[in-house]
Every structure is written in structure tokens, then in C-alpha cells.
Design a protein around this ligand. Structure first.
Ligand code: SF4
Ligand code: SF4
Length: 128
């Protein structure tokens, strides 16, 4: 399960992800992160059965955490199988089947949004 975590990085604050790994013992995979001197946003992946534990622990430490139920979604009725999303996706979420119909491996998505902007038919959406 993917969680989107927003946190502040004031002086003296401890690294929140490392702290949660230590306190819960849950292995956290960081899929993308944007962090500056004052705040950060990270998309993390944790085992489904431990996501609420991680969310609650991070929330107690002052983070804003959202559980993301889905990665990218495809509106098949709008898709024309042009392949523009295949080349732009950094995680190889998209591919063609032998009949050149678009396939999705949604679990690989890191919700970066690049494909949403690239799709000429507005067939793709991500949870925000
Ligand atoms: S870019 Fe849009 S229309 Fe083209 S294959 Fe991808 S989802 Fe379909
Ligand atoms: S949101 Fe990003 S990672 Fe997810 S499918 Fe689109 S381009 Fe790939």
C-alpha cells in the first residue's frame, strides 16, 4: 500500500521515516521524495497489513499522511492506444499486449503524474 507523507523539517526534528522504521519495525520503501530544508513530501510503500500502523505512528510524529488506494487509472473508452504514456512513464507501468492494446501494471505507479499530462486523450488520472 502506498502512503503520501507530508512533514516539516524544523530545527532539531528527527528524520521521520527512519524514526518510524525504528519504532515499528516495518520496512518502508521510499518510492519518491522531495525534501528541502523546511519540509518534505514522500511517497512510501509499506505492507498492506501495516499501513495503518505506519500512518498512525507518522501522524503522532506530526506528519500529514494519506493512504493512496490506487495508482494511475485508465479510462479505456478514451484510450486510443497511441503509446505516449509508455515512453514518458519512469516506472514502466504501461506496455502493449501482442495486439497493441495498452496494459497497466498499476502497482508499479509512483503517482508522479507525468502520464496524465502526456496523454492526448485525457484517459489517465491519478489520485491527488
Ligand atoms: S497516452 Fe493516453 S491515449 Fe495514448 S495509450 Fe496512453 S492512455 Fe491511451
Ligand atoms: S503517474 Fe507516473 S509512475 Fe504512475 S503511471 Fe503515470 S507516469 Fe507512470
Amino acid at each position: 500500500m502506498k502512503l503520501l507523507v507530508n512533514f516539516s523539517r524544523g530545527k532539531g526534528r528527527k528524520p521521520i521515516i527512519a524514526q518510524v522504521v525504528r519504532d515499528t519495525g516495518v520496512l518502508i520503501s521510499v518510492e519518491r521524495a522531495v525534501i528541502d530544508s523546511s519540509e518534505g513530501e514522500a511517497l512510501i510503500d509499506v505492507p498492506d497489513d501495516q499501513c495503518e500502523l505506519v500512518r498512525d505512528t507518522m501522524t503522532k510524529l506530526g506528519a500529514n499522511v494519506r493512504i493512496l488506494e490506487h495508482g494511475v487509472s485508465l479510462n479505456e473508452s478514451e484510450c486510443v492506444d497511441c503509446g505516449a504514456c509508455i515512453s514518458i512513464c519512469p516506472r514502466e507501468v504501461f506496455s502493449f499486449d501482442p495486439g497493441l492494446k495498452l496494459l497497466l501494471s498499476e502497482e508499479r505507479c509512483i503517482i508522479c503524474g507525468k502520464c496524465v499530462e502526456a496523454c492526448p486523450h485525457h484517459a489517465l488520472t491519478v489520485q491527488v
